[in-house]
Ligand binder design. Structure first.
Ligand code: FEO
Ligand code: CA
Ligand code: CA
Length: 684
């Protein structure tokens, strides 16, 4: 039996809540022009019914209907006991593309060698294969051959691997009581991080290119640099790294982002769960305020890595957790590049980091902190994007201003700067310098009076209007004074007040979540004020309780998480409910992906998923005709019986069978590729 728990659910125990590189670089100009065309050519005020006048009149104006429309017939909900597979609309085809343990095509003798999931995963095998529990994902297209623009046939697909289920990795259903060894830890650490694969369309079908000089695994043990204001700070130094500028690996890489200069951004979310210590050590040295605010606990999430590797014992190495919770920048086109943790963007449980480029080439990044009653952030780069010279943008993420959002009841909002010596962020209040403001971002945001949100997950920015959408997945700790509290302004005292509802988070028992959206003042990505609107309150329209019905036009959904605008302005919504079509989700069915029209708010179910999984991560080729979707943790069951829930994708579905059938077939996280049978744009 595994004692670990899915890091994104309400049961978690955290208390707060080869070509040369020159060739690739030379193409940058082409790529940049594409992005500039899609993001910046149209002026904000002239698009989609937006008008500065109407904003001044107080009416919120959302983005226009998608170009090309939404034309598919929605699929039915996957109701309990659920089909153990993928369903997409008539006229579409979904196939497994790559799954946990499948070769990524790293050049060498293992280029084509898949792992046999009926065995335990090893570190060595994991270093040449697709990681565990794929989450956020982006496709970096190559330039088109013989034409201008970007290729729809070749690119680098980069995916996060959020976490592992230890029992599946070590092939034991008694992980919670097993003796933990270093090889068991190393195999799990290697399952985390990021995979880079080259994808190519051959004979009309998208395939993993094996071997490929670009294929790469970045794991929880890959050497990474630390840059920005917190690099080298005493709180970032450890015995193994007296410089405070180098760290091994990236962990809990949930949703993602990418930069306008063509690098990948991965977000470290529930990093606290990997660290633990003994009860005796914790009794001798109780949690300090920083550790408490970030949810450190002796047992972590049950991974027990600290029992075999002192790096993960936060009493042996008290600063090691401070080196996680950051945004990490990776250059997918340079397989030898060192990932860089960009501390200027703050330290919290980052869930996606999405860029918005202004008409003057100012770049802003939106990133939420996925914890009940935590905050929404924006980082504005100090320097402007250089559209001619990719290398000039190399350290753009090292200087700028980090803001946290305050949503006012009248539909306005402010971005509050988290700048040392402003708004009480002073040495007297525990912030000796800007590095401490960033290492303690949550506490800084507590102090300036930001709005506690219902678990910020993904952000999506409209491709032409720059309107920002944010999923708030759920919150069961708001609006009552009667029970233990997770994080009302940073306290974790049992019996203390939970925050009340507010205009931006209007439901006391928000089981189904909502999606909020905003426009920056004057369309300026660097603005310090904005206007906001709730796009939809999710819910079960058949529920007897009005508070739980939501106001969806179209198909019911709950627990919105993944969010992405395609090139035409269709808003794709992915869900991550706990309960697997039971309880509150008996009517809504299992997790799914929906397509929404920002103008009409119509929401239509596009894809349903296997049992006990989450749908997370979506991207398409530039033409919108080939879509990749990530399916994470099929069959997951914290009581340990994964295989009785799901054997997807290796049976009952049209995926490749790479595992032997001499035992129970393990379910595996996998990426699915979707095409329209008539060759059209997905969603039309
Ligand atoms: Fe890993 Fe908040 O989803
Ligand atoms: Ca989630
Ligand atoms: Ca998520």
């Amino acid at each position: 039996m595994s004692s670990t728990q899915h890091p994104d659910n309400d049961l978690t125990i955290n208390p707060s809540g080869n070509e040369s590189i020159r060739d690739v670089m030379d193409r940058f100009t082409g790529r940049r022009n594409f992005l500039k065309g899609s993001l910046a050519t149209a002026t904000f005020a002239s698009l989609g019914g937006f008008s500065l006048e109407s904003l001044a009149n107080g009416a919120y104006v959302g983005s226009p209907a998608p170009t090309g429309g939404i034309g598919f017939t929605g699929v039915p909900a996957n109701i309990f006991p659920m089909t153990d597979g993928i369903t997409v609309p008539s006229g579409y085809t979904a196939k497994t593309f790559i799954a946990w343990g499948d070769a990524i095509g790293k050049a060498g003798p293992d280029a084509m060698t898949h792992w046999d999931p009926s065995t335990a995963m090893t570190e060595a095998r994991q270093l040449t294969t697709w990681g565990s529990h794929n989450d956020g994902m982006h496709l970096f297209p190559f330039p088109a051959v013989g034409a201008s623009g970007l290729s729809n046939d070749r690119g680098l697909l980069v995916s996060n691997h959020e976490y592992v289920d230890p029992g599946l990795v070590v092939n034991s259903m008694t992980y919670g009581t097993d003796v933990i060894t270093k090889p068991m830890v190393d195999a799990q650490v290697a399952g985390h991080g990021v995979s880079v694969i080259e994808v190519r369309k051959i004979s009309g079908e998208m395939k993993v290119q094996r071997p490929s000089a670009f294929a790469r695994r970045i794991t929880g043990a890959t050497p990474c640099a630390i840059s920005g204001p917190a690099a080298g700070h005493p709180l970032m130094k450890t015995a193994a790294d007296p410089s405070g500028k180098n760290v091994l690996g990236t962990l809990n890489n949930c949703a993602h982002g990418y930069t306008p200069w063509g690098t990948y951004l991965t977000c470290e979310e529930n990093f606290n769960g990997y660290f633990g210590t003994t009860a005796a050590k914790l009794a001798a040295q109780p949690l300090n305020s920083l550790e408490a605010r970030y949810g450190m606990a002796a047992g972590g999430f049950g991974y027990r890595w600290h029992e075999a590797d002192p790096r993960f014992d936060f009493r042996d190495n008290p600063n090691e957790p401070n080196r996680f919770g950051w945004i990490v920048e990776i250059d997918p086109f340079n397989p030898n590049s060192k990932p860089v943790k960009r501390t200027a963007l703050g330290r919290f449980k980052h869930e996606s980091v999405i860029a918005s480029v202004g008409t003057d080439n100012t770049v802003a990044f939106y990133s939420g902190d996925d914890e009940r009653n935590d905050y929404m952030y924006k980082f504005v780069c100090a320097k402007k994007l250089n559209t001619k010279n990719r290398a000039a943008n190399r350290d753009l993420l090292d200087s700028g201003t980090l803001y946290v959002a305050k949503f006012n009841a009248d539909g306005s909002g402010q971005w509050l700067p988290l700048v040392w010596n402003q708004n009480g962020l002073t040495a007297a209040n525990g912030f000796a310098d800007q590095a401490e403001v960033l290492i303690k971002t949550r506490q800084a945001a507590d102090r300036v009076g930001a709005t506690m949100m219902d678990r910020p997950e993904w952000v999506a920015v409209h491709p032409t209007t720059r309107e920002v959408y944010l999923t708030l997945t759920n919150n069961n700790r708001r609006g009552t004074n009667t029970a233990s509290s997770n994080n009302p302004n940073g306290t974790t005292t049992a019996g203390s007040a939970r925050p009340p509802v507010d205009a931006a988070n209007p439901r006391r028992d928000n089981r189904y979540g909502h999606i909020i959206r905003w426009n920056e003042a004057n369309g300026d990505v660097a603005a310090t004020s904005f206007q906001w609107d709730i796009f939809v309150e999710c819910g079960d329209s058949l529920n007897a309780a009005p508070n739980l019905q939501g106001n969806i036009i179209g198909d019911d959904l709950g627990a919105p998480d993944g969010l992405w605008f395609d090139k035409d302005g269709r808003l794709w919504i992915q869900t991550d409910q706990v309960g697997n079509a039971t309880g509150d989700f008996a009517n809504i069915g299992g997790n799914a992906m929906f397509c929404a029209d920002p103008a009409t708010r119509q929401i239509t179910r596009f894809l349903t998923s296997p049992r006990n999984c989450e749908v997370t991560g979506v991207v398409s080729t530039p033409d919108g005709k080939t879509m990749f979707v990530n399916i994470q943790h099929p069959g997951e069951d914290w009581s340990g019986s994964y295989t009785s829930n799901s054997t997807w994708p290796d049976s009952g579905f049209n995926g490749p069978t790479t595992q032997s059938t001499n035992g129970a077939i393990k379910p595996r996280s996998a990426t699915v590729v979707i095409t329209k049978d008539d060759g059209g744009v997905i969603g039309t």
